[in-house]
Design a protein around this ligand. Structure first.
Ligand code: CMX
Length: 434
């Protein structure tokens, strides 16, 4: 057993009695109430999910296992001479709640590198997609095609104790995570480069290897590490995390769950917003004939978008009420490495212009930028200009959080999800409408 798996098992054993006690002694205690507005408003804010892997405070932003993003970046071990930590170390942190030592990270890197290769049929599935297919659809199908590899499924068919569910789920999750960079890189190279003869470099870590496989030089390896880490988790209620959890709750395996989460992430109100930001900025640029707009001109573009009944991509959030720290981490990186980048200047101008306009319009509860407002511009700067691809990068990062949660869901025996629905007439009756 790997060190990570051993430590994880100890954590699981220690945690299980807490859930048993809560259920047994406090199963009927009330922790929230539900309003009509919440039920009709996408269940916003209802406390109905449990995860210990991350917590999203509306004002402070995300914490992974109690750590803010700057703390995560500071504490996790980094490759020598690099600014950003190993993604493999993040997996250790998300699963166990502990910062790994150098040697514990080395162990995870070694384990991942042994799980990287893809079955031939996955390349064939990707190749079979017609031109102009969206890379998120290809990614989802590629992951789905590997469902036949599921160890959970095989062991379940052979009869397995509930107490052991987490073990093959861990194996499936780790196998899949280790393979995602090659799947992503193959899709990139097939769709945009035309060279599919690229394979992992065994000496490189997760982020470094991804950068290598899509042909990007340093500091793009650090961009990859940063990108995968900041996108990994955002507690359990967002569409991608919730979909992964929901699908897995029926004991569908990690492949089904991950494909489902990818499909949810592909929506423009969620992960696809990062490509929408780039599309929106390019549109502004084109309308300006490549001349940088003045602040007044930029304000007009923002109002024009709102007046057409469209959203400003990259702004607003269902939970956050402040600038997203994932935006701030990327902004800091951009200020250091690409302060004079033209599109970064657009993004900076939008940061000044959009929040007051959204406040003036008075609809969005959060006028501040989210992660997606900044991420595409960094990719663009380093030569990943195919913005359709950005949500694939988001997916690879998000898979770490979703799959860590699925492993813990299995370990703690969380049941199949099944909220109750009612009819509109029932709701009207409940609130006294005749
Ligand atoms: N531009 C214009 N209007 C916005 C807005 C924005 N960026 N953000 C919210 N609004 C509007 C909503 O569309 C809604 O309008 P209606 O009352 O007409 O339906 C109103 O303000 C209230 O919405 P809200 O409660 O503030 O926001 P929600 O929780 O419903 O939605 C989100 C959150 C992210 C979908 C929304 O802010 C949005 O559409 N943002 C733009 C898309 C985006 O950046 N998505 C990425 C989010 C991060 C991620 O998941 O990747």
């Amino acid at each position: 057993m790997s060190t990570l798996k051993e430590v994880l098992y100890e954590k699981i054993e220690a945690h299980r009695p807490r859930v048993t006690r809560l259920l047994k002694e406090h199963g009927n205690d009330v922790i929230d109430k539900v309003t009509v507005g919440q039920v009709l408003g996408g269940m916003r804010g209802i406390k109905s999910l449990v995860t210990d892997i991350s917590y999203l405070d509306p004002m402070e932003g995300i914490r992974y296992r109690g750590l803010t993003l700057p703390e995560v970046f500071e504490k996790l071990p980094k490759p020598q001479g690099k600014e950003m930590p190993y993604v493999e170390g993040l997996y250790y942190l998300l699963l166990t709640g502990e910062i790994p030592t150098e040697s514990q990270v080395a162990d995870v890197i070694y384990d991942f590198s042994n799980r990287r290769l893809l079955p031939r049929y996955v390349f064939d599935i990707i190749d079979a997609f017609p031109n102009h297919s969206h890379p998120m659809a290809i990614l989802s199908a590629a992951v789905m095609s590997m469902q036949r590899e599921s160890m959970f499924n095989t062991r379940y068919q052979n009869g397995m104790s509930k107490m052991d569910y987490w073990d093959p789920t861990y194996e499936d999750a780790t196998n899949l995570l280790a393979k995602l960079p090659l799947i992503g890189a193959y899709i990139y190279n097939k769709l945009y480069v035309g060279n599919t003869n690229v394979f992992p470099e065994p000496t490189l870590d997760f982020g470094g290897n991804f950068a290598y496989m899509i042909g990007k030089e340093a500091p793009y390896d650090d961009v990859s590490r940063m990108y995968f880490i900041i996108h990994a988790d955002h507690e359990s209620g967002n569409v991608s995390a919730h979909t992964g959890h929901l699908v897995a709750s029926s004991l569908s395996d990690a492949y089904y769950a991950t494909s489902g989460m990818i499909n949810g992430l592909a929506g423009p109100l969620h992960g696809l917003a990062n490509q929408e930001v780039l599309r929106w900025i390019q549109d502004v640029r084109m309308k300006m004939g490549n001349k940088k707009p003045t602040k007044e001109e930029m304000k007009k573009f923002v109002w024009d978008t709102l007046n057409k009944g469209q959203v400003i991509p990259g702004y607003g959030h269902a939970v956050l009420r402040k600038t997203d720290p994932r935006y701030a981490v990327q902004r800091e990186f951009a200020l250091k490495h690409m302060p004079d980048d033209e599109l970064f200047e657009y993004v900076s101008m939008l940061y000044e212009v959009v929040p007051p306009i959204l406040k003036e319009q008075g609809k969005a509860k959060n006028p501040w930028p989210n992660v997606d407002a900044q991420s595409g511009v960094i990719q663009w700067h380093y030569g990943v200009k195919e913005y359709d691809f950005y949500t694939v990068l988001f997916s690879i990062g998000r898979a770490f959080g979703v799959l860590s949660n699925v492993i813990w869901d299995r370990a703690l025996g969380y049941p199949i999800e099944r909220p109750k629905s009612i009819t509109t007439a029932m709701m009207e009756e409940m609130v006294g409408i005749k």
